[in-house]
Design a protein around this ligand. Structure first.
Ligand code: F0G
Length: 464
């Protein structure tokens, strides 16, 4: 990997630790019982019984001493709190957008935006919608369409910007459906659904060009904007000397609006925002905000949360931090590959996605290879991950049976500033043990599963 100002081979955690939390050690026998009681669904396991929690990078990061100091300074006034103005200024300064609306998390921004957009039966086009984004587009009566870059689904083949949108396919679709029927374009940075892969500046510019040509507003789903900007610095021609902050600003300059789950790159445990230049649309959004989230200067957050976000949005652009962050997931990815574990290559920004279909060919999709691997990682090492495969996305037939999804992945997400290199070495060791003993990993079958968002509550058991 190219270096920033750091000239040494070993990339270090750019922080020292002031507060510690114990990890949840358990024995293998205990975890065997826990898995059984949790019906082989890791969402049912108490966090105290998890040793390394890689379920998500969302809201699980560690705040800095600066942010904790900001928490104490939070202004809890109902209207016009000082903390709101700090929050607003931080976002305006970063994005250059005019209308800033606080929300309690990303999906609230989505719900408000698509309700205000009122684009029933129209299309929302994207490189890839994240699942809550898709669900909120569809709940508003609009239709979500993904246009991932060609090759994005070839997991073995590496590439610098596998999160890109397929601009040609997008334009063809716009012409086919008529620009009046395309309500919005949303570019997700980084592309979470396809392995946390980045989007290049060139691709953002091309998407913007066709959006302008057809009068379609372009919004960024910018949950991981700083990781995306750092990838541009590392991988895109002409950016290696540009400060990441400038790259991030250039990304935002290209868009008409943005929505963010601040639980990721704002380095906080809760929060989000909606930002745009369209005053009329923002007024509609604020009306819905007041109805569902709270007054327009707090939007479902405490003053202290707004303060922590304002600080986090600046901290996340620190290049030593980003160097450590991206190196950590790369290190995990390299460790897995070295031990014969296939991943979505290259490793993403916020984690590594194991290709369970390729890793466990002896388990057929109907027996949930991703979930079987996630359970095995917990059983052997107390590591919690998440299946992104048939259990999460498999469509159901008329009898409710799962049909195979197009991919069987297991995401190892990396919480921000939480684990150190030895934690990751441990994860690699456990995964390597599983690689040597993978024949012993058996498939699972459903005991019961609701029809909607079944992965959260499904009950499973070892396949007979
Ligand atoms: N957009 C993206 C790209 C996301 O990754 C998420 C959440 C959201 C929107 C929704 O934000 O959770 O604050 O309501 N992703 C989490 C994850 C849940 O685990 O990847 P939220």
């Amino acid at each position: 990997m190219k270096k920033t100002s750091w000239q040494w081979k070993t990339i270090i955690e750019p922080f020292k630790i002031k507060t510690v939390e114990p990890l949840g050690f358990t024995s293998r026998e205990e975890r065997e019982r826990i898995l059984e009681t949790a019906h082989y669904n890791l969402f049912n396991i108490k966090a105290d019984k998890v040793l390394i929690d890689m379920l998500t990078d969302s809201g699980t990061g560690a705040m800095s001493a600066e942010q904790w100091a900001g928490i104490m300074k939070g202004d809890e006034s109902y209207a016009g709190a000082r903390s709101f103005y700090n929050f607003e200024m931080a976002i305006k300064n970063l994005t250059g957008l005019e209308e800033i609306i606080p929300v309690h998390q990303g999906r609230a921004a989505e719900k408000i935006l698509f309700t205000a957009l009122a684009a029933k039966e129209k299309y929302v086009i994207s490189n890839s919608h994240f699942d809550t984004t898709r669900a909120n587009v569809e709940a508003s009566g609009a239709i979500a369409m993904d246009f991932p870059a060609p090759g994005a689904l070839d997991f073995d083949k590496t590439g610098p910007f596998k999160g890109n949108a397929d601009v040609e396919a997008m334009e063809k679709f716009i012409k086919e459906k008529g620009e009046k029927n395309i309500a919005m374009c949303i570019i997700t940075v980084t592309n979470n659904s396809l392995g946390g892969q980045p989007v290049s500046m060139e691709n953002l510019k091309s998407v913007k060009k066709i959006c302008d040509k057809y009068g379609i507003p372009m919004f960024l789903d910018c949950a991981r904007f700083a990781e995306n900007a750092y990838f541009i610095k590392l991988r895109e021609r002409g950016y290696s000397e540009t400060p990441v902050e400038e790259i991030a600003k250039e990304m935002f300059e290209l868009c008409d609006g943005a929505m963010m789950s601040s639980k990721k790159d704002a380095l906080v445990n809760i929060g989000g925002f909606l930002a745009m230049n369209d005053r009329e649309l923002s007024l509609k959004c604020r009306q819905i905000l007041i109805l569902t989230e709270g007054f327009s200067t707090y939007g479902g957050l405490a003053g202290r949360d707004l303060e922590a976000i304002a600080i986090g949005l600046k901290e996340v652009l620190n290049e030593e931090y980003l160097q450590y962050r991206i190196r950590s997931s790369q290190y995990l990815g390299e460790g897995l590959l070295k031990n014969g574990i296939p991943i979505v290559n290259p490793p993403g920004g916020h984690g590594v996605y194991i290709n369970a279909k390729k890793f466990l060919p002896h388990i057929k999709p109907q027996q949930f290879p991703g979930q079987a691997l996630a359970c095995a990682l917990y059983l052997e090492g107390g590591i919690r991950t998440v299946e992104i495969g048939t259990l999460m996305f498999g469509k159901r037939d008329s009898k409710g049976n799962f049909l195979p999804a197009s991919m069987e992945l297991v995401r190892m997400a990396m919480p921000r500033r939480v684990y150190t290199q030895s934690h990751i070495d441990y994860v690699i060791e456990v995964a390597a043990y599983l690689a040597k003993n993978k024949k012993s990993i058996k498939g699972l079958e459903i005991v019961e599963a609701p029809l909607v968002l079944s992965h959260f509550t499904a009950k499973l058991k070892p396949a007979s």
